[in-house]
Design a protein around this ligand. Structure first.
Ligand code: ZN
Length: 195
């Protein structure tokens, strides 16, 4: 099913549209709309390398001995159990269900840093509203972009999540272990020579 002229729902998830819960559908449509504005500006194909994460994905990663975050925006509002005693449990309780929706994207014909900076420029200029906008790296680099929070979160949810989780811009070159934050008040961009 087409969600926007250049984006089909199957690019975001293998789960059939009518099997997704309503909250996920609404967040996914918002994400497709956001990506379409970027796609039109860039004028080149954008590839979604990671879209909707399901509860099954989360449990599969856990069963493999990994430690997936229950608080990722890739969960699109799905209720994810927080492990008892974990930091997420202490902050959010038994389940986390305030994800606003996010994707990891690349533009194959563009350098990831230039692609990120182009999206940042659109955001600074008010052409788009986004949530967290990150450059991440694990061998290759990609852009993580989340939906703007307002349609999805109550004021108390916003306070709970905090500014970095909702709005932050920055990058990590060590697969999310450490972050360098951009100062949005100075309209900062990524250094062009990041590797
Ligand atoms: Zn991501």
């Amino acid at each position: 099913m087409k969600l926007a002229p250049n984006f089909d729902h199957s690019e975001f998830t293998k789960t059939a549209w009518d099997k997704l819960d309503q909250r996920t559908q609404i967040e996914l449509q918002a994400m497709a709309n956001l990506l379409q504005v970027i796609r039109t500006e860039v004028g080149k194909p954008i590839v979604i390398s990671s879209g909707v994460r399901s509860l099954a994905d989360y449990k599969r990663l856990q069963s493999q001995g990994l430690n997936p975050s229950p608080t990722s925006d890739h969960f699109y509002g799905t209720k994810v159990p927080c492990q008892s005693g974990s930091a997420a449990f202490k902050k959010y309780g038994v389940t986390y269900n305030i994800a606003v929706g996010a994707v990891d994207i690349v533009c194959p014909s563009m350098d990831a840093v230039a692609f990120y900076n182009l999206i940042a420029k659109m955001r600074y200029a008010g052409k788009i509203k986004t949530g967290q906008l990150l450059l991440e790296k694990n061998k290759t680099m990609w852009v993580h972009i989340a939906n703007f929070m307002d349609p999805f979160l109550s004021p108390s949810d916003k306070t709970l999540r905090g500014d970095w989780s909702l709005n932050g811009m920055g990058y990590s070159l060590d697969n999310g272990k450490t972050w360098t934050k951009l100062d949005q008040t100075k309209k900062e961009y990524l250094p062009k020579n990041l590797k």
